[in-house]
Ligand binder design. Structure first.
Ligand SMILES: [Zn+2]
Length: 140
């Protein structure tokens, strides 16, 4: 029923997916320079240090950029048009996601929109996605 892409955990990303399955967003942080790292890998892309420690991220961020895709990849036809957003997390790393809880239109989505992580169950994987935070301070 679903031909959607499902990520395959690797040694570098195993912790990421294990914590996602528990409903938590975890990231590696470099022990040398203190910066968070995404995507998970075996060394720091900032200083090339190779001592990384996992920590639980806030799961909050803002929309930094987005597109609205009208030409979906195979398996995503029923969703089009849909937003693909670049999220800047509070921890200073970016990740790409779909955007839930908002109309998938240029009128509804805007740069700076506050978002929080949610976990979508997809074929045995808990996939981190982001939804717009509604309520206090998020109107307008
Ligand atoms: Zn570093």
């Amino acid at each position: 029923m679903s031909a959607r892409f499902v990520p395959v955990p690797t040694p570098e990303t195993g912790t990421y997916w294990e914590k996602a399955a528990e409903g938590e967003l975890w990231l590696p942080r470099c022990d040398s320079c203190g910066r968070a790292v995404f995507y998970p890998r075996s060394f720091c892309p900032h200083c090339h240090g190779d001592d990384l420690t996992w920590f639980r991220a806030s799961g909050r961020g803002v929309v930094e950029s987005f597109i609205i895709n009208h030409n979906p990849a195979p398996g995503y036809e029923q969703d089009a048009p849909y937003v693909i957003a670049l999220i800047m997390l509070e921890e200073g790393v970016r990740l790409t996601t779909n955007l839930l809880g908002v109309e998938q239109t240029p009128d509804a989505v805007r740069i700076g929109l506050p978002v929080e992580v949610v976990f979508e169950q997809r074929d045995g994987i808990a996939l981190p996605q982001f939804r717009v935070i509604t309520g206090d301070g998020a109107s307008g």
